[in-house]
Design a protein around this ligand. Sequence first.
Ligand SMILES: Cc1ncc(COP(=O)(O)O)c(C=O)c1O
Length: 450
Amino acid sequence: MSSPSPSGETPLSHRDQGRSLRHGSRLDSYVDAYAERTLGMTASQIRSLFAVASRPEVVSLAGGMPTIASLPLDVIGDRIAELVRSDGQAALQYGSGQGDPRLREQITDVMRTVGIAGHPDDVVVTVGSQQALDLVTRIFIDPGDAVLVEAPSYVGALSTFRSYQASIHHVQMDDEGLVPQALREALAALAAAGTRPKFLYTIPSYQNPAGVSQPLARRREILEIARAAELLVVEDDPYGLLGFSGEPPRALRADSDDGVIYLGSFSKTFAPGLRVGWALAPHAVREKLVLAAEASVLCPPAFTQMVVSRYLDTTDWMGQVKVFRELYRERRDAMLQALTAHFPPGSHWTRPDGGFYVWLTLPEGLDSQAMLPRAVTARVAYVPGTAFYADGFGTRSMRLSYCYPTPERIDEGIRRLAGVVEAEIDLVATFGTGHLAGRTGLGLPAPDLT
Ligand SMILES: Cc1ncc(COP(=O)(O)O)c(C=O)c1O
């Protein structure tokens, strides 16, 4: 039973809210059957954008797609054909729920590059690290449980947490990632409310979407705070090997065997289409993860695991990572140069030292969500900042990806975007902020982004 709110009205239950939201739509006939958890499931702004952003005339700075064209595709094709011929009976068969033992060993070699001395027994291979995120959330979160999450954070993680009805509490970041003092304060505020968060979700290296990285001293401080508070840390590290200078940053998990679940992926260092990722978890947690994985997919695909395993065994995979680093460094440079050359004063942005993303904050009074239709009309796309917050923040910000377009296209895209921002500044100066929503910069109807 729901109790009356302070205003005297009886609040709608989740299901009733869903009913009223969907009233009149073709989904009405199913609305009584949906589980409550589906109310947190809405199409991400990134997915809605894909259709528009993939038009050839649009420079997409929206998606985070790796540049697969730089892989030796003919060599990989030959290896895959050879795999099916020589080992097809295993590659096309069901496999272990925990993942292929040989690949799990190789994964421990990969993790050594970020300082982790893990054991293959503690590795669970997953369908991308997205499934690892899903499994971790599934085994720890009951509806209403609190999780601590950087602000802003990865859209896919927010969707997962929402789908398990977690209560998301953001923790502030600055140019060096998660702010330790903000973490202390978030823990104290939750403790004062009698709540203990189930875990902290963090992306310490080349964060998505902010592009910032935690320096070593900060990583140690965060681990110390987590240890003192007995707070589990979920460390998501798909970009750790894609730094542009120096050695890969040391993972949090390298200095905490028991307090950190580490999530890794071959999506950015090899190919996302294979959907191979992993979790390295303390032993007892590993067991639960395997049971959850078996309940979900029986086992990760033997075929794609063996493709990754052969690739690691037979190619200079680290050489290919260096090719990716060089490619993305050049594109990062192109984006930063274009921003400096074209953008009007009053905007500021992060300067990533690795990964795929720049986080840009617009001049006061501008709204990146309201501006998006006008940007698409000007043939450039980005992801509005609000996608990366659970609480509606981020209206002045946007994520810009440099991983996919060529340097020339990046320059063109930023030039177009700067033009939209300048027009927007003029509109705000003339009409005030209330006049922006729903208008397009060129007097055309706003494209449908839904
Ligand atoms: C921070 C972060 N975590 C996880 C993922 C999911 O990666 P995967 O392809 O391994 O599922 C992504 C993908 O963009 C990401 O940026």
